[in-house]
Write a protein that binds this ligand. Structure first.
Ligand code: SF4
Length: 182
């Protein structure tokens, strides 16, 4: 299996209550099965809050005025504050980290719908580099079209090179002002 991350991937840090937006409002956050089990088993004060703040039928957090029921007035998460990051569900633990899955390939990225991820990506002074590593795991997707996949990878590489390797006379140079020469 091959794993790929952009070089800035591990620099991301959520800015929590300093975020002018917050990803904990405006949508129903679905809870993975493992976290649901953990939340059901919680018997302390947090368990009481979870009992009322989770929509057990739909498997998501309830909302109050469009905000997650656990997002407090200081724009901090009560689950995180009370019990730490290990009590967060998978969605909250991962966002804005995103994974694309192909046969024997995992590509990790940061979603620009998060303002801090966008600030990190758009503020880069250097061209993006992709770091890969491999292990011995193998998998097969019956519907995987290797031919189409290779063609799409070739096209993507070409598109990325247009932005990361600007050259004299490059078609994008005149449009975006790339390059240092006249
Ligand atoms: S949108 Fe990004 S920076 Fe803001 S709270 Fe969510 S993860 Fe943190």
């Amino acid at each position: 299996m091959q794993f790929t991350i952009p070089h800035y991937y591990h620099s991301f840090r959520c800015i929590a209550d300093r975020c002018s937006d917050t990803c904990c409002a405006g949508w129903a956050i679905m809870i993975d099965d493992q976290s649901i089990k953990k939340y059901r088993a919680q018997t302390d004060a947090l368990g009481e809050k979870l009992l009322n703040g989770v929509d057990w039928k739909k498997g998501c957090f309830k909302q109050k005025s469009g905000r997650c029921a656990f997002l407090n007035e200081a724009n901090l998460c009560d689950i995180y504050s009370d019990a730490g990051p290990s009590m967060l569900c998978k969605t909250c633990r991962q966002y804005p980290r995103h994974t694309e899955e192909y046969e024997d390939v995992r590509e990790f990225s940061l979603s620009m719908s998060c303002e801090e991820a966008a600030r990190l990506i758009l503020g880069l002074k250097e061209p993006v580099r992709f770091l890969t590593k491999e292990d011995d795991r193998e998998e097969t997707y019956p519907e995987f079209d290797f031919f189409l996949f290779s063609k799409l990878m070739d096209i993507r590489e070409e598109v990325i090179s247009l932005f990361t390797e600007p050259k004299q006379g490059h078609p994008l140079k005149s449009v975006y002002g790339f390059g240092s020469g006249p």
